[in-house]
Write a protein that binds this ligand. Structure first.
Ligand SMILES: [Zn+2]
Length: 124
């Protein structure tokens, strides 16, 4: 493989990663009446999340609480984002998914179900 081929493969990889982030790292705005979706920046998970429509803003901790307490809004997230949010390894998270029948949707996982299990099981 020459250098040019390596560069082409690398740029393809980058564009796939970018599309993945843009389609998956969005959750419903936690405000009851707001139909907007808010973007979460997993590169900067301690930053507040803002909704441009209702002007709400939330910390990570608050979002996790809201995800658990509001059954009308499902926060579907990919494995990598959930690992970062909950400070878990992928292996730990996949075990929880398998052991507790965590709901899945298009390759994404129900964040609130995972948080609930984590709060109930003292060992992780
Ligand atoms: Zn909103």
């Amino acid at each position: 493989m020459n250098l040019r081929e390596v560069k082409v493969i690398h740029s393809k990889g980058l564009s796939v990663t970018k599309a993945f982030i843009e389609t998956t790292r969005r959750i419903p705005c936690p405000t009851d009446e707001c139909q907007n979706r808010v973007a979460i920046d997993i590169e900067n998970i301690l930053a507040d999340v803002f909704c441009l429509k209702c002007k709400g803003s939330w910390t990570l901790y608050r979002l996790l609480q809201l995800a658990m307490n509001n059954p009308h809004k499902r926060f579907w997230l990919d494995l990598e984002a959930i690992c970062l949010w909950l400070n878990m390894s992928k292996r730990e998270l996949l075990k929880v998914v398998d052991d507790h029948d965590i709901p899945k949707h298009n390759g994404l996982y129900d964040l609130s179900a995972i948080v609930k299990v984590r709060n109930e099981v003292a060992s992780f």
